[in-house]
Design a protein around this ligand. Structure first.
Ligand code: UDP
Ligand code: MG
Length: 320
């Protein structure tokens, strides 16, 4: 029988933990054609989360608890859980029921149809502030536009089903900064989406403030793309074009003025203009130096990341 792993990170979720397990296991009980394991990573909680989970282990035999030595953050905690998940199908989800377990059977249905990735897309962000809706949509658009050939799905967080081979490829990405939601699309494979309405947290409170959200967005962009570094080169080209035009303008104005003996513009102004052009030229030289450095920095970053440059899905071959 195939095995299903649920991977959950919890940080100070004493208000939610028992209720979460109750709802999750009620759903899991209805799935009979999979072995199941629930892996909860206690991300250095300072409240009673760990005690509650330990007690729950009496009741839920498939519950495995991984307790980290301190708080490492959501992404690191999920990565820790994924590393020890042993399932054929793996689903990471938040421990506050904002990722509703009722989607699990629907994801499994798609998995049985042969999909390696089933994204749970947040169709409506009910209860989110306008600010969060707006920043989230801007974030997903920006990351998608920067990520080149990688198609980053919009409004998909951790919650998705991935097959064993997708997880193996994700684990192989050895990035220090982990951002699961951009790693899965990087790896690829046959992907589909199901949509759901993401509700509010019922108990406890969010751990993501504006700073944490900004950090996540920056991590996602920097770990996926060196496009921002290439901007420096584009700006340099733009500035250089403006510089050349201004030099041409200077030469034309000056020669017309002198040859026709208009002397409309007093010489000191030409001297000032010339001085500005020299300063501008020095600025361009610095920009060119920065562009060269950014090109090498980008390469160095990619080399340091050492991501695979392709992932094979299948090899088709005639039998000899
Ligand atoms: N979480 C974690 N470590 C942290 C912060 C959050 O493991 O440092 C967990 C948290 O317990 C929850 C999940 O990550 O299960 C999502 O966090 P939260 O609900 O606070 O985020 P939001 O849904 O508001 O984006
Ligand atoms: Mg939440």
């Amino acid at each position: 029988m195939e095995k299903l792993s649920l991977v959950v990170a919890m940080y100070n979720e004493e208000a939610m933990a028992s209720y979460f397990l109750e709802v999750l296991s009620a759903t899991l009980d209805e799935i009979s054609d999979f072995e199941k394991e629930i892996i909860i990573v206690n991300d250095g909680s300072s409240d009673k989360t760990l005690e509650i989970l330990r007690a729950a282990q009496q009741k839920y035999k498939d519950l495995k608890i991984v307790s980290l030595s301190r708080n490492f953050g959501h992404e690191a905690a999920i990565a820790a859980g994924l590393n020890i998940a042993s399932g054929d199908a793996i689903i990471p989800l938040d421990g506050d029921l904002q990722d509703p377990p009722y989607l699990i059977p629907l994801m499994l249905e798609k998995y049985r149809e042969g999909y390696d990735v089933v994204n749970a897309k947040r169709a409506k962000r009910k209860g989110d502030t306008l600010f969060k809706k707006w920043t989230a949509s801007a974030f997903y658009k920006l990351i998608d536009s920067l990520s080149g050939k990688v198609k980053v799905p919009q409004n998909v967080g951790h919650y998705r089903l991935i097959s064993r081979r997708v997880l193996n490829e994700v684990i192989k990405l050895n990035d220090y900064v982990r951002v699961f939601r951009v790693e899965v699309p990087f790896v690829g494979f046959k992907t589909c989406e199901i949509t759901f309405e993401r509700g509010n947290r019922t108990l406890g409170k969010t751990h993501y403030n504006i700073k944490a959200m900004t950090d996540l967005a920056v991590d996602a962009i920097v770990s996926t793309s060196i496009e921002p570094l290439k901007l420096i080169t584009n700006w340099t080209i733009g500035f250089a074009i403006v510089f050349l035009l201004s030099v041409v303008a200077l030469i034309i104005t000056f020669s017309v003025d002198v040859s026709l003996e208009y002397h409309l513009i007093a010489t000191p102004y030409y001297v000032l203009w010339l001085a500005l052009e020299i300063v501008y030229l020095l600025f361009i030289i610095i920009m060119i130096a920065l562009s060269i450095m950014s090109q090498y920095l980008g390469r160095t970053y990619l080399e340091a990341q050492k991501r695979p440059f392709y992932v094979i899905d299948k090899i088709f071959e005639n039998k000899k």
